[in-house]
Design a protein around this ligand. Structure first.
Ligand SMILES: [Zn+2]
Length: 475
């Protein structure tokens, strides 16, 4: 009897204790270990994937409040932080199409596009300074503290760019000086799909003449974003590529759609330079393509296989099994293909990476299996093919507000610091510091991943924690 009672107590205590330990362990894994691990530098061997896909983000208006086709200033700031934390580097459309972009090893290229030349994209305050609550103000101030992110962006213009006619010339000159590109979006945002050849030419030549005239500088303007994603039908299509009107000739080399995929690089078999897909910059699409929790700037796992640079502009590194995706006839001359990427054949280095099992292990698995795991595991659907207006693209009014204080003066030349893409000097590769994560760490990874899955309803909380750690682990 005495023994029995004692035994029972003992058992209860034991059970309680085991539970207690279990919950401690869970708490540690879910709230401490995983967020901390993803914030701190965990060495990972990255596998270059230069036939991977590249997000081309599509922004329109920016305002205080988030709305369809309107990104809030705060969310735009977080977007920059988000991409930066996920190893992205901005490149230009020109370098992209020329297969000539210089992205450090382990980093991923990214393109920013802004449609409709709204005032909120580039606003100048009464005192002549750049509004910090506008795309240019936000990007330039981010660039000051994160020069390696770059500040490339293309602006698809309509005929009265960015409001404020008194500043047209200065704004355009500033954009060119800071390495931004200007693209064609027609005179008045009419659908090219419904136009006659004459109208198409009037629109494209007309807009180009107008913008180049306003900027009072000569510069290339050979990229087009189709209003509403509508591509001219049949024979009319040739007038997208080349034409003339009112003595102005134009030649277009890239055409961007309204939706809805990350693009392949220009030497991909699926690539069409005149039907380049973009991703709308809103929470839904961020969630869909990046599994990004709205507002979060954490590391994520892309829902597609991203382009990961090998750090060498003159080589294309792909896994052997990915070779069929590469159209060798389209390769820029001088490029060498490094296939069957291996730790020996490609110089690599440790980079900071998350501990999520899939992110680390699947890449390593893919490498070990010679790249079998191509699922491209996306919801891949055809780019909004687009003789018909795909998406009613236009929000109504310009709600640019002014605010923010110490802005950069517009007139002050900002040269010197134009493009941040070549900064990463400490990137010399020696191939000696490859770190594979195996053995017990893998077991821990597996376990933590499983536990995390079980408790996925804690995700928002975890995100907040992890955000906290990221912020506090920076100097
Ligand atoms: Zn538009």
């Amino acid at each position: 009897m005495y023994f029995k009672m004692h035994f029972r107590k003992y058992i209860f205590f034991h059970i309680f204790f085991v539970f207690f330990l279990f919950f401690c362990a869970v708490f540690f894994l879910v709230f401490i270990f995983i967020p901390f691990a993803s914030a701190e530098s965990v060495p990972e061997t990255f596998i270059p994937n230069e036939i991977g896909r590249i997000p081309v983000m599509e922004y329109h208006d920016v305002a205080v409040k988030e709305n369809p086709f309107v990104r809030s200033y705060d969310n735009f700031r977080r977007d920059l932080e988000f991409f930066y934390n996920n190893d992205y580097t901005l490149i230009t459309v020109q370098d992209f199409i020329d297969q000539n972009f210089d992205v450090p090893a382990g980093k991923k290229p990214l393109i920013f596009t802004f449609d409709d030349s709204r005032q909120s994209q580039f606003n100048v305050k009464d005192d002549g300074t750049i509004d910090q609550e506008s795309v240019i103000g936000i990007m330039d101030s981010f660039f000051q503290s994160h020069p390696d992110f770059g500040r490339s962006a293309i602006f698809y213009m309509l005929q009265y760019p960015f409001g404020q006619s008194q500043y047209f010339t200065q704004k355009l000159q500033y954009l060119l000086k800071t390495g931004r590109e200007m693209g064609n979006h027609t005179l008045d945002h009419d659908s090219l799909g419904k136009m006659t050849p004459e109208q198409i030419q009037q629109n494209l030549a007309g807009l180009q003449g107008k913008i180049q005239g306003l900027a009072d500088m000569s510069f290339p303007m050979n990229s087009l974003a189709y209003p509403y994603g509508a591509v001219p039908k049949g024979d009319n299509f040739i007038f997208v590529k080349k034409g003339e009107s009112g003595g102005i000739q134009y030649s277009i080399t890239t055409g961007f759609l309204v939706g809805a995929d990350p693009t392949y690089p220009p030497y991909g078999v699926k690539f069409d330079a005149f039907l380049i897909p973009r991703i709308q910059a809103d929470d839904t699409e961020f969630q869909r393509w990046f599994a990004r929790v709205p507002g979060s700037t954490n590391r994520v796992e892309e829902q597609f296989r991203p382009f990961i640079s090998d750090g060498n502009k003159e080589t294309i590194s792909v896994l052997e099994n990915d070779l069929p995706k590469l159209d060798q006839k389209r390769l820029r001359s001088g490029l060498t293909i490094v296939k069957s990427v291996s730790l020996e054949s490609v110089s690599s280095r440790s980079i900071i990476a998350g501990w999520e099992k899939n992110a680390v292990m699947s890449r390593i698995d893919a490498f070990l299996k010679g790249g079998d795991s191509d699922s491209d595991n996306t919801i891949s659907k055809e780019p909004a093919n687009s003789n018909a207006p795909a998406n009613s693209e236009e929000p109504a009014v310009d709600t640019t507000k002014s605010g923010g204080s110490d802005a950069e003066n517009l007139s002050q030349s900002n040269s010197g610091t134009s493009d941040g893409q070549k900064l990463d000097a400490g990137n010399e590769l020696d191939g000696s510091d490859n770190v594979l994560i195996f053995g017990w760490t893998q077991t821990v990874l597996d376990a933590s991943w499983e536990v995390k899955k079980m408790f996925s309803f804690f995700q928002p909380l975890e995100d907040a924690f992890s955000q906290f750690f990221i912020e506090h682990s920076r100097r």
